[in-house]
Design a protein around this ligand. Sequence first.
Ligand code: ATP
Ligand code: MG
Length: 418
Amino acid sequence: MITKPKGCYDIVDKEAVKFKIMNRVIEYFCEFYNYDYIRTPIFESRDLFHRTVGSDTDIVTKETYDFKDRSDRELTLRPEGTAGVVRSFIENKMYGTGLPKKFYYNGTMYRYERPGNGRNREFTQFGVEILGSNDPMTDAEVISMPYRLFEELGFKDLNVKINNLGAKSDRENYKNALKEYLKPYIDDLCEDCKVRFETNPLRILDCKVDGDSEILKNVPSILDYQSEESEKRFKKVLEYLTYLDVDYEVDDKIVRGLDYYDYTVFEIVSNAEVLGGASTIAAGGRYNDLVEKLGGPSTPCMGFASGLERLSLAMEEMNMQEKRPLDAYILYVNEEEKLKALMLAQDLRVSGVSADYDTTGRSLKSQFKEADRNKARMLILLNSEDLQKGLITVKDNITKEETKIDENEIIDYMVSNI
Ligand code: ATP
Ligand code: MG
């Protein structure tokens, strides 16, 4: 038997229903907030991720799926969505007109990680990117939109953790102070952090091993190393969040696992029990230097990403409807009624009424059972005698009331009664 690759999952049954609901809410929200859908390739040149995510980040050093195609091109399955969007923005010269550009994406990502606990090798992320605005209002929108979206999905007790990484020069000053502080403890750090100490000391704050250690509890705060301009900007972001009624908490240890962030970074944390207490369900930040770094004109940007599998886990706790109820189930016995069922179902569906009928030769009794299994709101009972008089019987499955409707009025009747 051939089985699925390790860390990959089939999304079926209840899980598929949850994904459908999430996808609908995501599309609805993003379109309402005026984001345009963007789809970029699932694989890109390996170089793109080295230059965006960063060569010495966990993602690039340990987690990417790298391969060569038949012409020896070095390619990588995308581990995240921002790099592709930024590449596309530059390649298609979108910076020329109509800034800011507001995009949302929703697709599979690939990371070679140890599977388990909501951590997969193939997983799905949706996210947004706003390219071409440095207004703190943009930061507030990119944080509040997913916050409201998660509320719509049923999440309660959400909390935003937010930090300010400042400009590159602010971070340079901080890195020096951090290294100064960590120097005496270097032998006590994990092997990875010993390397990070030289290559990218900020990353140590994000370490899964050392993150909770006493040493890191007392590190200097990055917030004490911000320029006046950066501090003012951050205050504005927080002020807007307060106006938008977003529950936030400043956390100076948040740095995020990607290299391209500056100024605002944030995580949205859910306290859903099934996630094992506080768990990050979305994360993002500002990346004002990335477009330029990849060869485009200087363009300030801000975005976030959220993993659907983790959202789905938490949705288990919430009262999910397992299957969308059907508006109408059409029941028939003979050939004449069957033809009517076929045509009527099409007319109903085109008019926005979901409808279905039996295609396996079931008895009338089991057709009733099928209707129940599909949670049909209305039953349409076809019989030749009625049809000859131009009538169709409709049974309301909630009130159990039966009504005979003129054949020509059945669509209008269904549309206004579901
Ligand atoms: P973590 O610290 O949990 O490894 P990360 O910093 O790698 O997270 P991001 O790259 O910011 O995470 O991705 C944002 C979101 O994508 C996460 O909050 C999570 O929901 C989801 N995600 C990341 N990696 C995986 C994975 N391997 N499987 C499933 N979901 C994932
Ligand atoms: Mg990770």
